[in-house]
Ligand binder design. Structure first.
Ligand SMILES: *Cc1c(COP(=O)(O)O)cnc(C)c1O
Length: 475
């Protein structure tokens, strides 16, 4: 493609993107595609000859877009947000244009140094301890896996790294602790890192679904008595189901007492710590060995971008470093080589979009958006509590409201309630007007209403509430 043709398509694509964002509310939030709908429109074999860009672009619009569930729709209330923003999108275009691979300093000095700078900005914005240093990972799942591997190597004096799992006492005898509400990535990470699912201890939670520190201590002392080595605790700062905030300080103190690695998974909720009035959620964070949160969830930065912080970067590097001849450079002693700070060698230039977002919104602008999301969640929760047909299943936590239909004047059984609420959810989502998802809390089928899309405004919340109230399922 020559440069003039590139420009023509570039302008057309940008026009398309602008119209798409302008009209995004006319798209159904949840894709209406049925399984197989997309695949059956695509040839099973690749084209032998290059095809015309017009034809490819037409197919994109005709085949691909209807198969997209619109995370950037302001009536997105499902799972968690994966919010984008215009500054982030513009930076992604530049990132793709540069096509830089940021595995070591030399392969793009600006990649490494900008990453150091924006991670230090984030550390200050969240009020994380000064000794923490940060690196961008693709996802929280990867970051948590890194933390588990670091914990494993600390517990075994690096013997698994050097000699593998064959060593007596180094495999299957390290225990990992997390709550019954933990994200699936904890179990997955424990399997990959070699702890084994059987050595993942699911610690009971209190009425608000937070890990109970006394139960954690009990589990640790039991393992010690059974000659199993307590290795790592993963606390959730915002569980996925209900955004329950595990009490970091008492958990951290137990970790210190028993010399156990303390990792905090703050995937979505971590962002809230930029607000002075929410700083308290991090109380005890100085006891942690590592911490992760996702700017790609609730900080207006395109997926993927996960911020991982650790207390002792030397330990992280010792765990992950490799130094083959072909990767050695003359400046290795003077610079950071982020390939040694995680699992991947090749690394995308993710710092650029974060830099664009933070500069273009400013810390104040970011705070205002997050604060507004929290305020809207509180308001929505207020409407739920005032309506005798609905109830909050747990108290509202930051930007997540967990509720269900449970009319005071109709004595439904728990089973009937579960069915009613599932039917309500399906009805709402099939309308295409909004999208929310569910979880089970204390056996109750619960609707999750998570507010965090970049452009969600109060009127979107009002419209959602109207749709919920007028659903035919509950008339
Ligand atoms: C979303 C989420 C994750 C997983 O995040 P990825 O970046 O998709 O791996 C992990 N933990 C919690 C608490 C989450 O909410």
């Amino acid at each position: 493609m020559d440069i003039q043709t590139f420009k023509d398509y570039g302008y057309r694509f940008v026009d398309w993107i602008a119209d798409f964002y302008d009209n995004i509310e006319s798209y159904p939030v949840l894709s209406q595609a049925e399984p197989g709908d997309i695949k059956k429109q695509l040839p099973g074999i690749p084209p032998e000859q290059g095809e015309d860009m017009d034809k490819i672009f037409d197919d994109f619009k005709k085949i691909i877009v209807p198969g997209i569930t619109h995370w950037q729709h302001p009536s997105w209330f499902a799972y968690f947000p994966a919010n984008s923003s215009i500054p982030s999108l513009l930076a992604e275009i530049l990132t793709a244009a540069l096509g830089a691979q940021c595995m070591v300093w030399q392969t793009s000095p600006a990649g490494t140094e900008l990453e150091e700078v924006v991670m230090e900005w984030l550390r200050r914005m969240l009020g994380l301890p000064e000794e923490f240093s940060g690196v961008i990972q693709d996802t929280a799942s990867t970051a948590t896996l890194c933390a588990m591997i670091c914990a494993r190597e600390k517990s075994t004096d690096f013997t698994v790294n050097s000699r593998g799992f064959t060593i007596e006492g180094a495999s299957g005898r390290l225990a990992l602790y997390t709550s019954t509400q933990a994200h699936s990535s904890i179990e997955k990470g424990a399997k990959i890192a070699g702890f084994g699912k059987e050595y993942v201890r699911l610690i009971p939670v209190d009425d608000e679904l937070r890990m109970i520190p006394d139960e954690l201590e009990k589990a640790i002392t039991k393992d010690k008595a059974d000659r199993i080595k307590p290795c790592c605790v993963v606390a959730a700062l915002g569980t996925t189901s209900s955004l329950a905030l595990d009490p970091l300080r008492p958990i951290g103190e137990i970790c210190r007492k028993y010399d156990v690695w303390f990792h905090i998974d703050a995937a979505m909720a971590g962002t809230a710590a930029i607000l002075p009035e929410k700083q308290h959620i991090l109380d005890g964070v100085e006891l942690a060995d590592s911490f992760v949160f996702n700017p790609h969830k609730w900080m207006f930065t395109n997926f993927d971008c996960s911020a991982y912080f650790c207390r002792d970067a030397r330990h992280l590097i010792r765990t992950f470093s490799i130094n083959p001849e072909y990767l050695k450079t003359d400046v290795d002693m003077k610079v950071k080589n982020f390939r040694d700070w995680g699992i991947q060698l090749g690394r995308r230039f993710r710092a650029l979009k974060l830099w664009f977002v933070i500069r273009s919104l400013g810390v104040e602008g970011l705070k205002e958006k997050v604060r507004q999301h929290i305020r809207m969640a509180e308001e929505f929760a207020g409407w739920i509590s005032e309506d005798p047909r609905f109830e909050l299943v747990v108290p509202v936590s930051l930007n997540l409201v967990c509720f269900r239909y449970n009319p005071k004047d109709k004595p439904y059984s728990e089973e009937e309630l579960n069915e009613k609420n599932k039917a309500l959810l399906d009805d709402l989502n099939h309308s295409g007007k909004l999208f929310l998802t569910h979880t089970k809390l204390k056996g109750k089928y619960t609707l999750r209403f998570c507010i965090g899309q970049t452009n969600t405004d109060r009127h979107h919340i009002e419209e959602a509430w109207r749709s919920i109230q007028s659903s035919k399922i509950i008339q």
